[in-house]
Ligand binder design. Structure first.
Ligand code: SF4
Ligand code: SF4
Length: 350
């Protein structure tokens, strides 16, 4: 394992240098908080941020994405034939992504890159992206990542993990992609592996001690879908939900989308847009029938998908990395930690 020391006084110059090869994304602040955005020239990732309102999922899965286009002009030989829109999949790097968000990318990959089907838009973007993580020295009160298989210094899904040591970053190089990115920045001060490894361990243990919020998931696998589906607590849990969809939009592991065609004069475009299982429109058929017509059905679907269907299907843990965004953002305080614990401890009464 290679470790590289980066003096903070060299940081800005190195990041600017990397633009010769990479399109950069990172945390930037606006009036509503921090967001992971494309970094225009001379804008550096704000590495002082704690957490971002939205995760980095839009780097691979934009909120609105053009998929195909066609001309409707019948004088053209290829009229009405949908064609791929060539997107830019040149190298890009997300600098300062939090470890739980990188772990989320790995969970989403299970859906977009399968043995049977490869989503070309998501996968091409994924392959073009280098993830440069920033460990969380002081996790916040909503963070329960250590009980979801992630954590403040989790390395899953990352190419480089940075530790903030006041006047320097210590970079743990995890993949060739990560090595190439640091090379493009000109960061090449290799430091002692053993000492650096110990330093990361100390930081990780210290950070993990700050995480007091936890969920229990150990019994979810043994329960049947039917018993959880029919559990008596769903009406109660769903009662206050206003179906705003915020929990799904802020979630780094939610991937639902809708596809729409739009025409304008003689051109047609097929888009995909983020959608949410919390909206009644999400499952409404063209006939008007809606298999998930009630709020209880939709709230149950969200939690069953994250905490039971995903777990059963992929055997890779639950579909939640414990970032706490949905807990923090829900206007009526519906809390996945409470739901998960209720599901985990539920025993059917005969
Ligand atoms: S954020 Fe809260 S109120 Fe809004 S859809 Fe999600 S659970 Fe319901
Ligand atoms: S379900 Fe909530 S806590 Fe879990 S990853 Fe999504 S937003 Fe974060």
């Amino acid at each position: 394992m290679k470790f590289i020391k980066i003096d903070k006084k060299d940081w800005a110059k190195g990041i600017e240098k990397s633009r010769e090869t990479y399109q950069l994304f990172g945390p930037v602040k606006d009036k509503n908080g921090f967001f992971i955005k494309s970094l225009e020239k001379d804008v550096l990732p704000d590495m002082e941020y704690h957490d971002s309102v939205m995760s980095a999922k839009s780097v691979l899965f934009p909120q609105t994405e053009k998929m195909l286009s066609a001309t409707l002009d019948e004088s053209c030989e290829d009229h009405h034939i949908m064609k791929n829109i060539q997107d830019d999949y040149s190298p890009r790097a997300v600098v300062g992504i939090r470890p739980y968000d990188a772990k989320a990318v790995e969970l989403v990959k299970l859906n977009f890159d399968t043995e049977d089907y490869r989503d070309p838009y998501w996968c091409d973007a994924y392959e073009a992206t280098t993830f440069v993580g920033l460990g969380i020295n002081k996790p916040g009160p909503f963070d329960f990542s250590t009980s979801t298989g992630s954590g403040p210094f989790c390395e899953d899904g990352l190419d480089v993990l940075l530790a903030d040591l006041d006047d320097m970053y210590l970079a743990k190089v995890l993949t060739d992609k990560g090595d190439a990115f640091l090379g493009a920045c000109g960061f090449d001060k290799v430091v002692d592996e053993k000492e650096s490894g110990v330093m990361f361990d100390v930081l990780r243990k210290e950070a993990e001690k700050n995480i007091t919020s936890q969920i229990d998931t150990d019994k979810l696998k043994d329960k049947t879908i039917l018993e959880l589906h029919e559990a008596p607590f769903w009406d109660d849990l769903a009662f206050s939900c206003i179906n705003c969809g915020t929990c799904t939009y802020v979630c780094p592991t939610c991937w639902c989308f809708d596809i729409q065609d739009e025409t304008k004069q003689k051109s047609a475009t097929r888009f995909r847009n983020w959608d949410t299982c919390m909206s009644p429109l999400f499952t409404r058929h063209a006939t008007g029938h809606n298999p998930r017509d009630s709020k209880t059905q939709r709230v149950r679907q969200r939690f069953m998908h994250k905490l039971k269907y995903f777990l059963d299907k992929y055997d890779q843990g639950i579909m939640c990395v414990g970032c706490g965004r949905c807990v923090k953002s829900c206007p009526v305080n519906i809390d996945i930690r409470e739901v998960c614990n209720r599901m985990n401890s539920y025993e059917k009464q005969d």
